[in-house]
Design a protein around this ligand. Sequence first.
Ligand code: HEC
Length: 143
Amino acid sequence: MARIFAYFLLLILISGTTQAAEPEMLKERMNAWEKQMIAFQSALYRHEFKKMADAMHAIENSGALPPRVSGALKSSLEEQDYKDYMKLDKFIRGSATVVAEQAEEGNVQKLLMHQGRLLMTCIQCHDMFMMKAASAMQGAAAQ
Ligand code: HEC
C-alpha cells in the first residue's frame, strides 16, 4: 500500500516538474489573457457573474512569469524597467482577483471600476514594454 502511494507521489512529482519545464513564452501568456478578457466581456453583456469570475480567476492563476521569460527580460531590460515590468505583471494578477471577488458578489459598479483599471494596465504595459520585451523574447527564442 505504502509502495503504491510512493509510486503515485513520484508520478505527481515527475509530471509537476515536466510541466514546469515546458517553455511558456510571453505570447502564449498574452494570448491566454486576451482569451480570458474576451470571455469576461461576453459574460458581462449577459450578466453571467460566474463566468466573469471564472475568467478573472484564470488570469489570477496564471502564476509568476516562468523563469525562461523572466530571465530573458532581466538580461535585456534596464534594471528599473525589469522591476516595473514585474510589478505590472503582478498587478494584473492582483486586479483579476479583485474583479473576480466583485463578480462573485454581483457588484456591477465596483466590478466595472476594477476591470477598467485592469484593462488600463494591459495597455500601459504594452505602451511601455511591447517593443523592448518583444526583442528580449526573440533573443530568448533564438537561444
Ligand atoms: C507586464 C506587462 C504586460 C501586461 C500587464 C500585459 N501585457 Fe500583453 N504583452 C506584453 C508584451 C511585452 C507583449 C509582446 C510579447 C512578444 O511580442 O513576445 C504583449 C503582447 C500582447 C498581445 C499580442 C500577443 C501576440 O500574439 O502577438 C496580446 C493579445 C496581449 N499582450 C494581451 C494582453 C492583455 C489582454 C493584457 C491584460 C489582461 C495584457 N496583455 C497585459 C506585456 C504585457
